[in-house]
Design a protein around this ligand. Structure first.
Ligand code: BGC
Length: 756
């Protein structure tokens, strides 16, 4: 539900506010998160803050296997719950005026202003504090460099406005941090060493040993300031440079803190201190130069990625916020990494890899990055094929079962029905191989690694189905579909569809590339797979003309969300789990997810009947839901619904629709607003090696424009009230279908806009 009051001002490029909302501090922190793909943090304050908040800094790929907490252990449960852990708080600068702590939770303050500049990747804040007869104005600026991944910079300016002040600043590297979601309240860090060079201090810590054989990570954090500290104090897990200034009215100070973070993912633990020394030297300490470099790098990203919406700043801010946070989490530089659902902005979902990447992120990265980025995401899964086979073996099954939640390929989430039973993820992981191959036209991955993955996934499906002699059909029982508000269901239509689709695509690809393939699929297997393809059971209802979500869905008490008391939404925060499970209410696209993925297999009438049946029962309490509905609604000419769903996906976090953004942002669903515009409003389709558009313009917008990379070309698309313009910015001419008409795009194509 949309919050009554917007937490931040509406601005096309900024997330800004003059209000410190102490009640919603966690929410403000989530929304002012920053990251550079290598590290990131919630929008915590530099100085101490005693009000409710959630301190969180996270380093990509630095995680810990937390001991599982379940009531009754059963065979097949994952051993541990993997999570990206809270790491060294390096922005910390405790401040004291005349011995009293500067703490916005308790002090008198005025002129508060906070601003996340998305165009430049800079977070800034200012406020004036009154303590006794003294007034001091503070301004902070902070950025995590996307040009130099190990580098963060914090700059503090303070000016005494009234009185005399003894200003004390303790600038720290503080590793005394814990995870709020730690199962047993354990600390995950231990100290290895700390030290002082003439210019900087460092602290090296390591994750504590674990019983699961997972590697321990070592992290060295270092800081240097533009001023010489009066003293340095070191304790078990922190190092503090302490500065004391005696200031009179109108006097100012200017403190710069340059931070470097190096982890054992890149540099062996015994070489980290050396690496830090070398990086300090190479990177230099010119704040302005490094800031200019940051601004340039972000602007370059925007040149390609920006989606311009004219005439609606609310919609504009939404998509820019999403793209900013998405690229702050992942820009494809490190092939060992993936895209965690909360990125660097919170702990829930633990920064692990989910099906979200393949289902929602891949199409965006295909269009807005080099093909190599998506290929890296595919390679990530290929590298984890041996572990996926272990996951299947643990369930007594053949082939590969990719995990729902993972770091290494081994399943590491301890929710059974909601997470583990969602074997549909195997379908999305296979689908991404199709998506990459079909979008780029590059078959080199499919032929080798792709077929290896597809074959093992197919083997899993072939073993996971059973034959019902009564119905003479193959079935898949005991699953959870994408709709997590029903568990352990039989014959989830979407899961059965995807299983058959994977078997079909694997066989087709195998026959095409058999001579080059590195796998062999025996005749016996091929026959068995054909039999499953031909005889899979799909629940359908002829009278309603719909595909049925699972065997007993239609026996439920069916009613629309509009019949619910709106105060009971979101239902997951108001109802018992029992009530949620018994209800007909759908968390996110389920049958409709299948109609979206396999859009070319179904008619518009089929799509419409199912959309009209399921959408009214959908509560969209997963952030991943609205975009699929926006895309289908747009295709069906349901403009109002499409725009409503766009707004929901684009501003899900900014307007806290699901009342859960205080835990962190929904980063993987941030692709949703882009998908809604590009695949929805512009109806960009890429099935069967061809590219087509059939755009419409929402009534409340004047125009929108975006870029896509497609098969070695860069295209610019602009849709305004009169026309659609497609420009080939680079690459060879290309055949494009526009409103069903095939055209050769050599330079620019202009078409009058059509309305449905
Ligand atoms: C959704 C899942 C998703 C997970 C992580 C859940 O709320 O239901 O589909 O994978 O969040 O984003």
């Amino acid at each position: 539900m949309q919050s009554a009051k917007r937490l931040f001002d509406v601005d096309p490029w900024k997330i800004a506010t003059s209000t410190l909302d102490k009640k919603n501090r966690r929410l403000q922190e989530s929304l002012t998160s920053i990251g550079n793909g290598y590290m990131g943090m919630r929008g915590n304050f530099e100085e101490q803050y005693s009000g409710d908040h959630h301190l969180g800094t996270y380093l990509a790929g630095v995680w810990y296997p937390d001991k599982t907490r379940v009531g009754w252990w059963k065979n097949g449960y994952p051993d541990y719950f993997g999570k990206v852990i809270n790491a060294v708080n390096f922005i910390a600068m405790d401040i004291y005026i005349n011995g009293q702590a500067v703490d916005l939770a308790t002090c008198d303050y005025e002129d508060f202003y906070m601003e996340l500049d998305m165009q430049d990747g800079i977070l800034s804040r200012q406020f004036t504090i009154s303590i006794d007869d003294t007034k001091v104005k503070f301004s902070f600026q902070r950025f995590l460099s996307i040009a130099k991944k190990e580098l963060a910079f914090i700059r503090l300016d303070a000016k005494v406005l009234v009185g005399n002040a003894t200003l004390e600043i303790h600038s720290k590297l503080d590793n005394f941090v814990h995870n709020e979601d730690s199962n047993y309240d354990e600390m995950f860090w231990e100290k290895l060493s700390s030290g002082t060079d003439k210019n900087y201090r460092y602290l090296t810590t390591r994750t504590v040993p674990n019983q699961f054989g997972i590697e321990q990570f070592t992290v060295t954090a270092a800081m240097r300031h533009n001023l010489i500290p009066d003293q340095t104090t070191t304790s078990e897990l922190s190092v503090s440079d302490e500065f004391i200034f005696e200031l009179k009215t109108d006097e100012t100070i200017h403190l710069e803190k340059e931070v470097l973070i190096v982890t054992s993912r890149d540099v062996c633990s015994d070489q980290q201190e050396q690496k830090i020394a070398q990086l300090f030297q190479t990177y230099g300490n010119d704040y302005n130069a490094l800031k200019t470099e940051q601004i340039k790098a972000w602007r370059k990203r925007w040149e390609l990625a920006d989606v311009i919406i004219e005439g609606n700043d609310v919609a504009q801010q939404g998509i820019r916020f999403n793209l900013f946070q998405l690229f702050s989490t992942y820009y494809g530089e490190d092939e060992r990494l993936n895209i965690g659902p909360k990125g660097f902005t919170g702990e829930k979902y633990g920064g692990a890899t989910y099906w979200d990447t393949e289902a929602y992120a891949v199409p965006l990265y295909l269009a807005l990055a080099k093909p190599k980025v998506t290929r890296n995401l595919l390679t990530y899964r290929h590298n984890q094929l041996p572990q996926a086979k272990i996951n299947a073996q643990k369930q007594g099954l053949k082939g590969a079962l990719y995990p729902m939640v993972t770091f290494t390929g081994i399943e590491c989430h301890n929710e059974w029905e909601i997470t583990f039973e969602e074997i549909h993820r195997n379908g999305a992981i296979a689908y991404a191989i199709y998506n990459y191959t079909n979008y780029t036209g590059d078959t080199s991955y499919l032929k080798k690694e792709g077929l290896e993955v597809l074959t093992e996934i197919s083997r899993f499906w072939a073993d996971r189905v059973h034959y019902s002699t009564r119905k003479q059909k193959y079935m898949i029982h005991g699953v959870t579909g994408p709709n997590e508000y029903e568990n352990n269901v039989n014959n989830n239509w979407y899961t059965n569809q995807m299983a058959v689709w994977v078997l079909t695509y694997t066989l087709e690809s195998y026959h095409k590339f058999q001579t080059e393939a590195t796998v062999t699929i025996s005749e016996v297997e091929q026959k068995q797979w054909q039999a499953i393809i031909a005889n899979m059971y799909f629940p359908e209802d002829e009278e309603l003309g719909i595909f049925v979500q699972h065997d007993t869905f239609l026996d439920k008490e069916l009613k629309p969300v509009s019949d619910l008391d709106q105060n009971e939404l979101p239902i997951n925060q108001h109802w018992s789990w029992d009530k949620v499970l018994r209800s007909c209410f759908i968390k996110q696209a389920d049958v409709l997810q299948g109609l979206y993925f396999l859009g070319d297999h179904f008619t518009l009438e089929e799509k419409e009947r199912n959309f009209d049946f399921y959408e009214p029962m959908t509560v969209h309490e997963s952030s991943l839901s609205a975009c699929v509905h926006a895309i289908l609604a747009a295709e069906l000419g349901k403009e109002k619904k499409a725009v409503e769903m766009y707004e929901r996906t684009a501003r899900l976090d900014l307007d806290n629709y699901n009342n859960d953004t205080e835990d962190g942002l929904h980063v993987t669903s941030m692709t949703g607003s882009w998908l809604a515009i590009v695949q929805g409003f512009a109806q960009m389709k890429t099935f069967d090696d061809s590219l087509s558009f059939a755009p419409f313009l929402p009534k409340s917008w004047q125009a929108y424009a975006f870029h896509v990379n497609y098969r070695g070309r860069l295209l610019a698309i602009r849709v305004d009230q009169e026309k659609v313009t497609i420009t080939l910015l680079s690459g060879p001419a290309l055949s494009v279908k526009l409103y069903q008409q095939q055209q050769l795009l050599e330079d620019t194509l202009t078409f009058p806009i059509q309305t449905k």
